[in-house]
Design a protein around this ligand. Structure first.
Ligand code: 0RA
Length: 302
């Protein structure tokens, strides 16, 4: 392609980038559902989901979430860190592409897809667009990188600000009051979801600190994974203690886990998840499980 052709192509791409985040600010509900309390929490889930994806891929063990006095939120992980090298076509660091282009998570190859809950997520660029301030800090390849954004637009370039022996990503964002008005982040909503994510991802440690409240810094970490989850759900019931059934299997790179504990009640509680997303409408994984459990118990009884 000619120099001229290349320039035109880059120009067009660039305009699309601006359009994307402008569209998010014009109709936020299209991207996060609404601009009330749920939409506000969606911002937290988007960033946490990215960190959990790093854990699913096997690169991250610790995630920390802090809600600050000014209602800004910091989410830090010890994953690989968002890539900082130049993006071949966008001509800016890959991290800037992730922060400014809709759906650019670098996760759309089929290999990563297997362990990504990202299908539901709209990407961290949406969080950026809807934040009056966002500070990105990346530790990668021995260096510390930093970049500041305001309402999705970069205030500084991605700068090297130091050296480090660790890897990871730290994102601090302040939800835009112009978008969310008086909506507030709720301690229990965040704590419940983080606890759930820790149950679903055995060994992953998620700490939570709400500086607005007197509540102690809590750490969710369960060596028992979904076995601990089932026992937690049964905590107020009579159970056959120590008799939680656990089954796990892998086929073609797909992992399944199942935990069952009987209690003295007559009703059942069945929770199903796919890639950390609660599949509350069920699906073939749930109907397959039910059919197999019924068949197995019938066979045993016969
Ligand atoms: C794109 C590609 C890779 C990692 C990430 C994004 C990433 C994003 C976030 C957001 C919060 N924490 C994160 N950690 C990682 C893959 C990197 C590689 O191949 O080295």
């Amino acid at each position: 392609m000619t120099d001229n052709g290349e320039k035109q192509l880059y120009g067009a791409e660039h305009i699309k980038v601006l359009d994307g985040l402008e569209a998010v600010r014009n109709t936020p509900g299209m991207y996060i559902g609404n601009t009330g309390t749920e939409g506000l929490h969606q911002l937290v889930w988007e960033v946490v989901d990215n960190s959990v994806d790093e854990a699913l891929a096997g690169y991250c063990r610790n995630i920390s979430v802090v809600v600050h006095l000014d209602s800004s939120v910091t989410i830090e992980d010890d994953g690989r860190g968002i890539p900082t090298d130049m993006h071949p076509t966008e001509k800016v660091p890959a991290a800037e592409v992730v922060m400014t282009i809709l759906h650019a998570g670098g996760k759309f190859d089929s290999d990563t897809y297997k362990v990504s809950g990202g299908l539901h997520g709209v990407g961290v660029s949406v969080v950026n667009a809807l934040s009056e301030l966002l500070k990105l800090e990346i530790r990668r390849g021995g260096q510390v990188f930093r970049q500041i954004y305001r309402r999705g637009k970069k205030v500084t370039d991605l700068e090297i600000v130091g050296t480090t022996k660790r890897n990871g990503t730290k994102i601090t964002f302040k939800p835009d009051q112009e978008v969310f008005g008086a909506a507030e982040l709720n301690y229990d909503t965040i704590a419940s979801r983080l606890r759930e994510l820790a149950f679903l991802n055995k060994g992953l440690s998620i700490s939570f600190d709400d500086e607005r409240s007197q509540k102690q810094n809590v750490v969710f970490e369960f060596e028992g994974g979904i076995v601990s989850f089932v026992e937690h759900l049964n905590r107020a019931r009579k159970t056959m203690e120590g008799n939680t059934i656990f089954i796990s299997s892998e086929k073609d790179g797909n992992w399944v886990e199942c935990a069952i504990q009987y209690n003295d009640g007559y009703s059942e509680t069945l929770l199903s998840y796919c890639n950390n997303i609660n599949t509350f409408e069920g699906g073939t994984h749930v109907s397959g499980f039910r059919a197999a459990l019924t068949r197995t118990i019938n066979q045993y009884a016969n």
